[in-house]
Structures are given as structure tokens and as C-alpha cells.
Design a protein around this ligand. Sequence first.
Ligand SMILES: [Zn+2]
Length: 489
Amino acid sequence: MNELSRREFAKLIAAAGVASRFPQIQTTNRVIGIQVGAVSFLDEGIASVLDRFQRDSNINALFVAGFTYGRGIAGRQVPGQPLPDHGKQEYDTEFHGGNYARTHEQYYTHTSLKKIQAPDHPGFDVLAEVLPQAQSRRIKTFCWYEDVFRRDLAGIDRLQEVTLSGKKASTLCFHNSEVQAFWQALTEDYVRSYPIDGVMWGSERQGPFGNAIGAMHGGAGSNPFEVTCFCDFCKQQAKARGIDVERTIEGYRKLATLVRDARGKSRPSDGYFVSFWRLLIQYPEILAWEKLWNDGQHSTYSNIYQLTKSIRREAMVGWHIWHNNSFSPFYRAAQDYADFRKYSDFLKVVMYNNCGGPRLASYVNSVSQTIFEDFPAEEVLGLTCKTLNYQETNLAELPSKGLSANYVERETRRAIAGLSTDGQAPIQIWPGIDIDIPTRRDEKKTEPQDVREAVRAALGAGADGVILSRKYSEMRLGNLRAVGEALRA
Ligand SMILES: [Zn+2]
């Protein structure tokens, strides 16, 4: 939203007499947000959780996990990880996921995926329960939902992506109209049914090119023959764009074979990088299909934005930008901040510096077994850090040291610069700060000093706020208190 339209909205809101009910976030008033799921309110009580947030961390915005089938933002601590010093001291091994607010069926007529009510906490509508208490404390409430599914849901098979080898994937295809209808239904349900201050949606996924070359943290385990999407909807879209489907599939099969050979240390005579680049020249369809996939994801952003604004102009709409933006230059290139200006009020750019260490190392170890197989992993780290403009440590220490607060500062500045017109970012930047995101035993753990430094780095670089991530149920209290300490300092 640019400044002019922001002023127009303010006038509209004042005219409608709802200014006090939905106060706009002032640019002078930083958003200190926290991601929190239903289980924490049930385990610890809504009032006492909100008391703690306000007292210890100056929290003024909740990002309540509304919909997910993943454990990253809902449920208690991941089993096997140490339980934090609050909440029920047991794991929720029966975790299922779904919609943690009430599902209002009338909105789901254009999608066969509609039985999404989370069975985890029967009768507890997290938005209905939390909103009144948050409002009375002048804490804003955002509904936070993400693109994570499970395979055993009624009606989901019609929405699933199809892999290069022709199998159904667990992910949903953005070019399938029922998938767009599903996200529209869920968004409409949230924005019409609850007086929320806004929505945040996240999709931690990339297209077939990035997945084929293992360009992500955890990428070493990816199967280049099972990248997506090659369903009939995507093929139709491709034809409309003049992309040759058969040539695309042939190109991706050759790319997958090259990746498999690289992992098997079977070096082509011209080396890995030249062979890889030659494929891109011979099959420009590879990148055309990657763009097709990206466009589907971005049309989802745009559709959610347009629908929300059509229902309630003052509701803020923003996006969780996947951490891979901090590791893979290929993924980063597809996240054009200037483009996001068209359909965003805010961006939560993930800048998790603690778990960022092991994750960057994981990315480097993955691509140094595929397209950069000719380089030692340490040199791939150097190349990556220079490409991304980081000053970080060596590969041996990276997993245990994490990334620095300087990384948070640089990424905040880059986001603001990328969004800016005339030196001013027209939308708000609320970097995601990680507190106790699980890492392996020998890897970096969050300490209060890390939190103080990361919060100061983000705000010092000009961020309009921060979002503490990824969920309260895994955060230790000393680290939460460090947020308040950083803000008071
Ligand atoms: Zn598809």
C-alpha cells in the first residue's frame, strides 16, 4: 500500500466509524509480534499467556496459528526436543492439524477439500476465544496460516500436485482452480467470521528447478525425479504460454539424471557446472516451467490480498517469506521484493539467525553435491556468502555458532532497499526472529544474548517490527524476556 492509499484508507475507516475497533498500526509504533498456537492457550490459559507476552516481551501483536497440518507453528514442542520451561510437560504425539478456528462450511462450496477442522482440541475455536481478550488489551490479532498438508484428507487427491515421474505429491498445485478456491474459502472464512486485524500466509515451497538441484536446506535428501508440478492444469497453463510440455519433461529428466550422477560422483567430462548450464541452454523450458510454478504461487498471494481487501480494506495482509531466501541465490532471485509491493501490506522476511547456521550449512552441503560438485563445500560456502552479501564464519563452525546479528541487519536493510521507492519502503518489514527453533543436539541453541542482538539489529536497521518465531510452545522464558530487555535498552 503506498502512502496515498494508506491515507485514503484512514479516511475511509474514520468515515465508517470503526477506527477504534481496528486501529491502524502507526509507523512510529513498532509491531512486536509472536507466533502462537491453540495448544499454548489451552495448556496455560489465555489471560496468563497474554500477561506474560505483555510483561516480558512487550508483545502487541499475535500471529495465531489458524490453519496448518505441520508441527512448525502448531502443537507443543516437537517430540524428542527438550520441553521448554512452561506449558504442559509432555509431548502431543497425537498431533493432527487442520483449522484451529471454527470452519464455516458455506465458504467452501468450490473446493472438495472442506473437512479441515483440526480434531486436536474439540470445541475450542482459537480465534473466537483469544480475540476478545487480545482486543481488550489492545493487542492485535493476525490469523496465520500455511501451505502444509497431509495425504489422508477427504477430497485432497483432486488438488494434489503431480511429480515428474507421474506420482501424486503431498503438496497442492497453485494452477488447480480448486486449490485457489480452497485458499479463497479459508481466507474469506477468517476475514468475515472474525474481527481480526489481518492475515499472514506462508508457503515454504519452491518450483521444480530449485528442488531438482537440491537448492534448499535439507536439500540433500530431495529426489530430483519427484519434483513438481506436471499435472494437467500446469500442462494447460504451459500450452497457453507456448511452452513445449514434452521438451520440458525431457529437460527435467536430463537434469534429474545429472543430479543423480553428481551425487554418485560420476563426473561428466565437462564437469558438473558446464553440463548443468548446457542443459539450461538446450532446454530453456526448464526455467520457463520454474517461472510457471512461481507465477502460480504469486497469484495465490495476489488472490488472498484482493479478496481480503474486498471484504475489509483495513485488514492487513502479509506474507511469511521462507528461510530459503537466506540460503539459495536461485530462490532469492525469485523473491523480488518490488513485486511484493503490488499485493502486500507487510512482509515477514524470515531472518532466523540461530538455526540459520545449521540451515545454511545444510544448503551448502546439498548443492556441493549437485551443480557445485567440483568445489569443496567450504568454497561453496564462501561463494554463497559473497553472493548473498554476508560476512559469516567457516563451515566447520557454522552449525554450532549460527549466523550473526549482522546477517539480520544486512537482510533487513536489503528488504527495505528492495521495497523502497524514493528511499521509503511503502510496506512494512517485520523480520522473523528465531527463538529456540529446534536444531540437532550439537547445533546452535538460542541464548538470551542472541535474541537481544537480533532484535536490536532488525530494529536498528529500520524494520517496522519483529515477529518472534516460530511458536511460543517451543520458546524458553529467558529468551522471551530478552526481547523485552532489548526493547527497553
Ligand atoms: Zn500442477
